[in-house]
Design a protein around this ligand. Sequence first.
Ligand SMILES: [Zn+2]
Length: 293
Amino acid sequence: MIETFMWGYWGWGGSTRHLVEAFDAAEALRGYEPLVFVDVRASRAVRAVGFRGDAFENLLGRDRYRWMQRLGNQAVLDGRDGIEIVDPKAAGDLLDLIVESDRSCRRVIFFCACQEPGGCHRYVVGELLVEEARRRKVALSVSEWPGGTPRHLVAPFPPVAAARASHVDSVSSVPMPKAISPAVGVSLPWGSYATVPGPAGDLAVVLGPAIHRQRKWALPLLLHNAAGEVTERQLRRGIIEYRSTLGYAPRFSMATPKAERFARACTHQVRQLSAARAHPSEAPAAREKRGPC
Ligand SMILES: [Zn+2]
């Protein structure tokens, strides 16, 4: 099965060199050549300096960057709300590139600006891609970068992490422990969780893959809870809901042994978590969507 990724560069605008270095190192750890980035924005006239005009294309070189404007959102060009892909047939070109890159052990990551996949047109592009792969009988999975299933992260968080995490309404990340390399940090699956010790007790935090901004590495904070108030099962149930509601769950073009194994693992998690329904935890509230498609 070929795995491809969607991604949103929200927050990375000033750190594109760190981005490319860390993502390439992450792919090397997983046994792949550097990624091919496919820009699916309708317009590149943006504020984020690293993604404005041809800045990102110049950084990567033409062999590792494609602008597929036809997979952009026509509604953005028209200045209206909603999602309408400029030319849905262009998903076939993207699939061609994914299959061709796979022959040289390179994976493709297609991106927009938006922070979350669920409300972004890249989710619709992913849908078109899965449909096209199904038509061609190509076994494909589409996941939000970096893919994978949430992990229980055990790492020495600095004391400031708990202080920041306890203000989840006003902060969007916690400092990344120094023991975690950027390559490992950017590979952390969305919805991974950890316990952060703090002066007012332990906090259970749910995190996303590392981001570099303002010269520091940080882990996006999705939600937190006092560690004693929520069981691990309840936490994992909340994570599964968060991932499926906001578009982080992977999609598959056809049933393959790997896809079936993955589906079984998810079902097992859900069964295990359903035992905690007698004391249901609150489903995490969706964070406000930031950035235009
Ligand atoms: Zn978007």
